[in-house]
Design a protein around this ligand. Structure first.
Ligand code: LLP
Length: 426
């Protein structure tokens, strides 16, 4: 079993009390209540530094995938580090802009962009739209004509590469809705070659997420490189190569030491593009933010049935959807490790009225008592961003540990928030 701080840096026990980034987690839970998302911004900083270091002197743009964690303060932090953003909706675009991310560092990906979203992107002067369908580029051209602009587009190519990840987060195969076929990209490139409102300037690919073995990621990068060489030979001025995101993180203790570090990943990418004059764009989400986040939850009760021991906690599938949706593993630790002699195999479940509201199955944990706390690790990515109000549950608060001080960066929702957009019949 690796040490806790090998699984999540800056996480350890001090006198039997869980400590994250120098802050006692029980104090956070008492002060801000639970369920509570806690992010250590110093870890974000370390990850960003690693990624930049691996890229060395090569021209690049880190366009953080906002969907992983769209908290405004977190985005502001990313902006201060000079990062750009990969957005997939008008909401994400507005958040990124509000956080101070310059439009010329924003790329807009995603299948199914609306007319309004496209207009917002064109008006704001974003770096590029990553085109996912044949019709989308027509809508962008229309918006560009209406707004009298010339718009940069990048074609998202579907390279038909198996990312060897969970099928629900694999996007690089021709059986998925994402990207364009190589032939379609060629046809569209010619169609828009001398269009006064569209500039075909980039190629992108994103083959999936939580990709542990980096070889498919490198294969995809090489695919982009070759495709760009072909387009250039045909007279297209391609200046941007967007490799997407997807690097996996070690959620499970058994995987510690097996994940590729951000720095090594970036070095391999820089090597693939060593002779490339254009801008290499990366869209990392999870690899930047997952490790930086904990979800802290309170034990509501221990329930024994003839067949199972359930640990019922106050965080449910609505707060952390990944285990129910993808059977994902999140390591769980007790916040108070002072009495940990007796271990029990628990199904850790939330209060949501669904049998599938299971956060962990057959997990060996200390015999916990009511009102003790547990922490779910690696909850910084796709945790709060996928949370919902199902069962009319207000979403958790979010707190940042920033330079060893605490900042409330989102209040816990209230009943008033739940009904604020609803109208009574009376
Ligand atoms: N770029 C594009 C176009 C994407 O669709 C995504 C993620 C990323 C970048 C960032 O990928 P990352 O570096 O985070 O792997 N909810 C799932 C993950 C869905 C990922 C969707 N797209 C989960 O909780 O595992």
């Amino acid at each position: 079993m690796p040490m806790l701080n090998q699984l999540v840096r800056t996480l350890n026990y001090r006198d039997g009390r869980l400590c994250f980034g120098g802050v006692f987690v029980d104090e956070l839970a008492t002060k801000f209540q639970t369920p509570l998302y806690v992010y250590n911004f110093d870890l974000l900083m370390q990850n960003i530094r690693e990624l930049k270091a691996g890229m060395g002197g090569r021209l690049h743009l880190i366009a953080y995938a906002v969907k992983a964690n769209p908290n405004l303060a977190l985005l502001e932090f990313m902006a201060r580090q000079g990062l750009g953003a990969d957005v997939v909706s008008g909401g994400e675009l507005q958040l990124a802009l509000k956080a101070g991310i310059p439009p010329e560092r924003i790329v807009f990906s995603g299948v199914g962009k609306t007319k309004e979203e496209i207009e917002l992107g064109v008006q704001s002067g974003i770096l590029a739209f990553n085109i996912e369908t044949k019709r989308e580029i027509d809508r962008i051209e229309q918006a560009a004509i209406r707004l009298q602009k010339k718009v940069d587009v990048t074609f998202r190519i579907n390279p038909d590469i198996d990312a060897k990840t969970h099928p629900k987060i694999a996007t690089g195969l021709h059986t998925t809705k994402f990207g364009l076929l190589p032939d379609e990209v060629l046809q569209l490139s010619y169609k828009f070659k001398s269009n006064p409102h569209i500039r075909v300037s980039g190629i992108s690919a994103h083959i999936g997420s939580q990709i542990f073995d980096t070889s498919p990621l490198l294969e995809s990068a090489r695919f982009i490189k070759q495709f760009v060489a072909k387009l250039r030979a045909d007279g297209f001025a391609i200046s941007r190569l967007d490799i997407g995101g997807g690097l996996g993180v070690a959620y499970h203790p058994d995987d510690v030491g097996k994940a590729t570090s951000l720095q090594n990943y970036a070095q391999s990418i820089a090597a693939v593009f060593s002779d490339e004059p254009g801008l290499v764009i990366m869209e990392p989400g999870r690899s930047l933010v997952a490790e930086s986040g904990l979800l802290v939850s309170r034990v509501l009760e221990v329930k024994q049935t003839p067949k199972k021991s359930f640990l019922i906690v106050d965080a449910g599938m609505n707060d952390l959807m990944r285990p129910s949706m993808y059977s994902s593993y999140h390591h769980i630790v007790s916040v108070d490790a002072r009495e940990q002699s007796v271990r029990v195999e628990f199904d850790v479940v939330g209060p949501v009225c669904e049998t599938g509201d299971i956060l962990a199955e057959r997990r060996s944990l200390p015999m916990l008592q009511e009102c003790q706390y547990v922490a779910f690790l690696h909850a910084g990515a796709y945790g709060m961003s996928m949370a919902s109000n199902y069962n009319s549950r207000p979403r958790p608060a979010e707190v940042a540990i920033f330079d060893q001080s605490l900042r409330l960066i989102r209040s816990r929702e209230t009943f008033a928030d739940l009904i604020k957009n609803q109208y009574s019949l009376t």
